[in-house]
Ligand binder design. Sequence first.
Ligand code: PMM
Length: 263
Amino acid sequence: MTLVMGIVNVTPDSFSDGGRFLDPDVAIAHARSLSAQGADLLDVGGESTRPGADRIAPRVEQQRVLPVVEALASEGLFVSIDTMNAATARAAVDAGARLVNDVSGGLADPDLLAAVADTDADIALGHWRGPSSQMYARADYDDVAAEVAGELSERLRAAEVAGIPRERIVLDPGIGFGKRGVQNWQTLRALPRLTAVGCRVLVGTSRKRFLTDALGEDADLSRRDLATAVTSVLAARAGVWAVRVHDIPTTRDALAVARAWEA
Ligand code: PMM
């Protein structure tokens, strides 16, 4: 059964919820409510990856996320840390995180893979072609599906060489990361190619801009949760392990309906 990962952005500037949960107590309360709504795991992030975003110091990132990770993990919740920094990954695992979610697939910080290898945590490796400040600088592909699968296989190999066994590795095609509109749809259509690699796969489409290709340019954020639920169901049918979403009830309902259809 596909798991639902709830998004907890402790940032001032994430594209759909920036600034809403910057206070740790507000972020913790939000995460608890996502859990009560049925999120299977909670992805806590302190650095926005919205297109154009600048990097922040790991110290600032840790001030934002560590109190939240610690509080949620101490309640027995399954916490993932969304970070590209080895030091933050290490500190978050010490605070109880069980999954390190690196959208850069270990490329942004050359120490991250070895840092995770030293722990018992799992790792999600995202497909990434450079920082958010230059999000679309390398969004050129001859065959986006093949290139995403090929580049992720290289990151998988790098993680294994660093000492992380395959059972602890999750692959993520990085929807919206270095990919423009149609390239995201082509990547999603080819998800079975990624699930065939044999690792667990994670997919995040939630509220992302490419959804307006289907909904129309004027589809604001409030109209994107249903579209997210549909793409999440289609991803589940392609065999993914988890979907990363903001709105838990809509996606959970959609997944339940799809399961009833298939039962
Ligand atoms: N997308 C965002 C942030 N973190 N992590 C993974 N594994 N996959 C994603 O697609 C992903 C991610 C950006 O979205 P947000 O700003 O709404 O959190």
